[in-house]
Ligand binder design. Structure first.
Ligand SMILES: C[S@@+](CC[C@H](N)C(=O)[O-])C[C@H]1O[C@@H](n2cnc3c(N)ncnc32)[C@H](O)[C@@H]1O
Length: 356
């Protein structure tokens, strides 16, 4: 049975609903999927309702998950179940999904990342094991690496929305929320941003190849040293460029050389494997600098932050992407560029740019 999608459900940081709305409309309209966005400020959820239903795989295929910027997670929206009884909710959901002919390899029960949804999250922690059993009993859930993932989104414990994503085409973490531990000796929470970026923006193969002991990195705008520490703890030597002080614990790793210099003009004497940049500056200025490092052969890959303007953020990011594209293509360089509003990002996004 071909399962139809009636739209998309997208998770984001509360306060960024209008960025997701701009993104989903731009992406869907470009592919001729017309519809309307339903979103309320600070709900951390955006719904896109199609005018005409389409096979769920074709809707997700317009943009692989890795290419979404403001959506932390997204899935095809295939229906809703309302008025769940307080007794045997799991049985009712399982029956409903069985009648729809749904088969999945994994189920994720989701809620919005807001304070208001804390109660639902507590309910789901207790409810999910019962639901998994009920879904297995009716043959909807059969553990598999290749079958779709079922997303059940709960606004309250009395109703849920049903979604699907393809394995490998979703966030590595439920609802796009990573649970990362602060590394010992970390001088700032921003260390988690780079840790998340390594997982959210790079494949396992890319990580294995480029996060190895003995490599060299430059960190522009490094102080107090949270990003530098991520490399140092992986055995990567770092030149940390910043006029501000680095934390004593970061320096004590023995892997770090501190340069008091301007990150916009300083360049390494020899090419390095990595450059990362967390300087607070105009996003277009940072984008041009990143492309220039690659063009001049100063590094092969970079992770950087683009601080967001107050308005038209999706448009500003598209502009930064164009600046990078123009510069690299003029030089005949082929590249991969991935951008995401990470869980640990606030008024910025994080990007990974590498030559291929
Ligand atoms: C957000 S903080 C970096 C935090 C760092 N990534 C961490 O994890 O600890 C931004 C840093 O950029 C530095 N910065 C801003 N403009 C700079 C420039 N032109 N050259 C060098 N550093 C700069 C600031 O001194 C500040 O320490």
């Amino acid at each position: 049975m071909q399962i139809q999608a009636t739209g998309l459900i997208l998770h984001c940081r509360a306060g960024f609903e209008s960025e997701v709305a701009a993104e989903v409309l731009a992406r869907c309209e470009e592919h001729g999927f017309l519809g309307v966005v339903h979103s309320q400020p600070d709900t951390a959820i955006v719904r896109f309702a199609l005018h005409d239903a389409v096979p769920w795989q074709s809707l997700l295929a317009i943009t692989p998950f890795a290419d979404w910027i403001f959506a932390r997670e997204r899935h095809a929206w295939i229906g809703s179940i309302a008025d769940l009884p307080t007794q045997d909710r799991a049985g009712v959901i399982a029956q409903d999904l069985a009648v729809r002919g749904l088969r999945c390899g994994r189920v994720i029960c989701e809620f919005a990342d807001t304070n208001a949804a804390k109660e639902v999250s507590g309910f789901l922690r207790r409810f999910t094991p019962h639901l998994e059993k009920a879904l297995s009993r009716v043959g909807v859930l059969t553990p598999s690496e290749t079958a779709p993932t079922l997303h059940l989104f709960f606004d309250t414990s009395a109703a849920c929305e049903i979604g699907l994503s393809a394995p490998g085409d979703a966030s590595p973490w439920p609802m796009g929320v990573p649970r990362l531990r602060m590394p010992r000796g970390a001088p700032s929470r921003s260390t988690l941003k780079l840790a998340e970026a390594f997982y959210a923006l790079m494949s396992e193969k890319e990580r294995d190849k480029s996060l190895r002991a003995g490599l060299r990195a430059v960190d522009l705008g490094a102080a107090p040293g949270g990003w530098t520490l991520q490399f140092a703890q992986r055995g990567v030597h770092v030149t940390a460029v910043d006029n501000g002080p680095l934390s004593a614990e970061v320096l004590a790793t023995g892997m770090v050389e501190h340069r008091r210099a301007d990150g916009f003009t300083w360049r390494p004497p020899k090419p390095v494997d990595w450059m990362v940049c967390d300087m607070v500056e105009q996003p277009a200025r940072v984008a041009v600098l990143m492309a220039d490092w690659l063009v001049k052969g100063n590094c092969r890959r970079t992770i950087f932050n683009l601080k967001l303007p107050m308005k038209k953020r999706f448009k500003e990011i598209a502009h930064c992407r164009e600046l990078i594209d123009k510069r690299l293509r003029e030089q005949g360089l082929r590249y991969t560029l991935r951008m995401k509003h990470l869980y640990h990002d606030r008024e910025e996004i994080t990007a990974y740019l590498t030559l291929i």
